[in-house]
Ligand binder design. Structure first.
Ligand SMILES: [Zn+2]
Ligand SMILES: [Zn+2]
Length: 52
């Protein structure tokens, strides 16, 4: 399990946190929990799309 920013920075984290990338569209937003194994982060992206 990992956490992904679904903005334009594309950063990932092993722990829950918010995006801290200056200028990212998701800056200050919580990163999304993701369980993918192929680094595509489709799971996180799907969750983001559902929520918006
Ligand atoms: Zn970001
Ligand atoms: Zn992922």
């Amino acid at each position: 399990m990992h956490y992904v920013c679904t903005g334009n920075c594309g950063c990932t984290s092993e722990t829950p946190c918010v995006c801290e990338t200056e200028g990212c569209v998701k800056e200050g937003k919580p990163m999304i929990e993701c369980g993918c194994t192929d680094s595509q982060h489709k799971e996180a992206i799907d969750k983001t799309n559902k929520g918006e």
